[in-house]
Design a protein around this ligand. Structure first.
Ligand SMILES: NC(=O)C1=CN([C@@H]2O[C@H](COP(=O)(O)OP(=O)(O)OC[C@H]3O[C@@H](n4cnc5c(N)ncnc54)[C@H](O)[C@@H]3O)[C@@H](O)[C@H]2O)C=CC1
Ligand SMILES: O=C(O)C(=O)Cc1ccc(O)cc1
Length: 367
């Protein structure tokens, strides 16, 4: 069917990026979007990501040929339950984009056991710590793995249909069982988020005794903790939904830390060298995906404590069509009043903004 109706349910970072990619590949499809709040719906309509947007999930769902759920993982299961109670189209194809797969696959298999509904779990392995449709990008998933977890009786033609719909993500599709998916992503994605947030807590606790500590956070701390700025709603749900695997990672990591601790205490210089050398070698060989959008581009401006200063800076940037995706004020430094963090989609926009701010002000600007 060339004029399919695709419902993107949840217009956040992932829903928005999928909508953009599907629209780019299949302009003839009718794209509809469900979102509870109005601003993302208006943004999506204005940017022509979708053809129709509403907060009436049921009405959109019954008209759809394909439905993709893009909510925090437990909420996607709630929406799946709602779908099971609706008079959906006979052969509707349903998928999701959640970061865990066992819970949703179990729910789908039991909810749709007596129905012709086709459910294929999905998880694009790229994203960001940023949230919301405003940060979405058609190329977010380019060259990233896009994991599909088909239910046991899924037909190849159904998997091919979903891959065709998603073809303009330009992702690399692979099929995994939900169990294998959750075991592997616990190691490379879910557990690292625990470590990142724990490092931030550790620095905060220590800073209570020595407040200057935070000023000494350099690139290493930044790289290790970027993902601690991710959505707490999303990550608490992911950990609850992959509890056994994450707990097992925490146990193994704790054991590793004890090994290193013992080496340090016993002054085993050579073994410590080996520990770092092996990790360096292994990391350099890992096929870590560097998504087109994985990082975005942050510009930091040291600003004085004046109520009009943000307005002043944004004024200098206006009229240049810069792709600003986020603006934030950090007040973590004790020697100055604050740091304004502006995030751009492209390095070019960041550099234009840097030049404009340096031309018009004497504020320190750094990347
Ligand atoms: N952010 C990332 O890097 C990646 C996220 N994922 C998964 O994608 C899914 C969506 O995540 P993002 O798009 O990043 O999150 P987001 O925060 O940008 O979007 C979440 C969406 O859920 C909606 N939502 C939240 N609570 C709601 C409620 N109570 N009722 C109705 N709608 C509600 C929001 O309105 C928004 O549309 C999650 O399951 C996440 O695990 C998968 C790959 C990467
Ligand atoms: O911000 C990052 O680097 C991420 O790790 C993005 C991400 C978040 C959740 C996923 O399920 C997959 C990828």
């Amino acid at each position: 069917m060339s004029n399919k109706t695709i419902l993107i349910a949840g217009l956040g970072l992932i829903g928005g990026s999928l909508a953009r990619a599907i629209k780019a590949g299949h302009p003839q499809y009718h794209l509809s979007a469900y979102n509870r709040s109005q601003a993302p719906r208006e943004f999506a309509l204005q940017e022509q990501l979708v053809d129709e947007a509403s907060d009436d999930f049921d009405t959109l769902a019954v008209k759809a040929d394909v439905i993709i759920l893009n909510f925090p993982v437990q909420l996607s299961i709630q929406f799946l339950k709602r779908l099971a109670s609706l008079p959906l189209k006979q052969d509707v194809l349903i998928s999701d984009s959640g970061s865990t797969k066992q819970d949703i696959m179990e729910s789908a298999v039991s909810l749709f056991a007596d129905k012709p509904i086709r459910f294929i779990g999905g998880h694009p392995m790229a994203g960001s710590h940023k949230t919301g449709v405003i940060a979405s990008d058609a190329l977010l998933f380019e060259n990233a793995y896009y994991i599909l977890t088909p239910a046991p009786n899924t037909q190849t033609k159904d998997i091919d249909e979903l891959k065709l719909i998603l073809s303009h993500t330009h992702a690399k599709f692979i099929e995994l069982t939900a169990d294998d998916h959750d075991a592997m992503t616990a190691v490379t994605s879910h557990f690292p988020h625990v470590v990142a947030s724990a490092l931030v807590h550790e620095a905060e606790d220590f800073s209570k005794q020595m407040p200057f500590t935070k000023n000494l956070a350099a690139g290493g701390f930044r790289d290790m903790t970027r993902i601690a700025e991710s959505s707490p709603e999303m990550w608490s749900e992911i950990l609850m939904s992959n509890a056994d695997n994450v707990v097992s990672q925490i146990d193994q990591f704790t054991a590793q830390l004890h090994v290193v601790k013992d080496l340090i205490k016993a002054k085993q210089h050579e073994q410590l060298w080996e520990f770092f050398d092996q990790a360096r070698e292994l990391r350099s060989q890992m096929p870590i995906h560097k998504g087109a959008m994985a990082n975005f581009y942050d510009l930091f401006i040291s600003i004085p404590d004046r109520s009009d200063v943000i307005h002043e800076i944004l004024n200098y940037l206006s009229g240049h069509e810069l792709s600003i995706v986020n603006i934030k004020i950090n007040e973590t430094r004790i020697d100055i009043n604050g740091v304004l963090q502006i995030t751009f989609k492209t390095i070019n926009d960041l550099e234009t903004a840097e030049t404009l701010i340096k031309t018009h002000t004497s504020y320190d600007v750094y990347k």
